[in-house]
Design a protein around this ligand. Sequence first.
Ligand SMILES: Nc1ncnc2c1ncn2[C@@H]1O[C@H](COP(=O)(O)OP(=O)(O)OP(=O)(O)O)[C@@H](O)[C@H]1O
Ligand SMILES: [Mg+2]
Length: 346
Amino acid sequence: MSDVNLTGIAKSYGGSPVLTDISVSFPSGSFTSLLGPSGSGKTTLLRIIAGFITPEAGAVTIGAEDVTRVPVWARNIGMVFQSYALFPHMTVRDNVAFGLGRRGVKGAEAKRRVDEALEMVRLPGFADRLPKQLSGGQQQRVAMARAIVTEPKVLLLDEPLSALDRRLRQEMQVELLSLQREIGVTTIFVTHDQEEALTLSDQVAILDRGRIVQMGAPAAIYERPATRFAAEFLGDANFFTGRVESGAVAVAGSRITAPDLPEGREVTLAVRPEKISLGAGENGGNRVQARVLNAIYAGANLTYLMEGPGGMGLKVFAQNADGVILPKGAEVTLHWSPDHTILVED
Ligand SMILES: Nc1ncnc2c1ncn2[C@@H]1O[C@H](COP(=O)(O)OP(=O)(O)OP(=O)(O)O)[C@@H](O)[C@H]1O
Ligand SMILES: [Mg+2]
């Protein structure tokens, strides 16, 4: 187990920056998700940590060691690539043993460690198959076994579950987390899937155009997004913009307030759709009039798309507790707490 630290990492391709001033710590044994849109630099960042790419500026340390100039093979990192990248002509055993051979571990010792790794990913008895004789989920496990067999200090996973169907994906999430806890390896996990990031991680880092815009515990980031981008990328949000006057923002006749609003400034306020309730609520809460445009039924819950003050679009999540679905055109009052109204950077 080792912590990983990045300081001032920068990387560009053909003059355009891909990563800018990335400084971040991954504590020893922790599970961190890197979340960001396509092209935001997630794979590039993992490859810099692994040593496939040398940054133009900044340093990578693993434990006490500065590894910025240390080659890939000497870093002791396990990596599962975005496309599992199994060798198609090699058996499962040879695929998993690959990194051991390169470290001089051979014969009976290699066999024992491969068997142990296959046991850990629950694939004993698959050693002699070829990758094409495996399902997607099984191939994913082989890639995982190959990454952990060398007992790496750091495990880098680049969207390892994205090819799997929903059910298998959820199963693998649980397995991945218990495996990670069992071997205690510092893990950095790239995903597009916000729910996956929230459920698996000790911390989540949000990447936008090559910068980490926010990092923290899942609940901290979800409940207190720092920017409009973070609020929209991790979860859904409604936004109200305007100038703060007498402690509130006026939106077409409604006054939206939040703690500690900076008087006189133009601000953007975010509200999660599940924080908004139907009805007038208590005095002192935020309250707007809205009209139902559409109700999207999803079994356990409903999403209402509404037209709010000044014609603005609003999204509201409701539990399907009593089976009542508001019809299109229904006029409703909505309320939510000022404490759930978040001042975000636009
Ligand atoms: N070898 C390269 N040469 C030139 N540009 C590159 C190279 N590798 C990556 N890029 C560019 O760098 C940016 C970041 O790429 P990267 O692969 O890190 O994104 P990503 O966040 O992993 O995206 P995705 O979610 O699609 O996998 C992209 O704009 C990409 O086109
Ligand atoms: Mg990628």
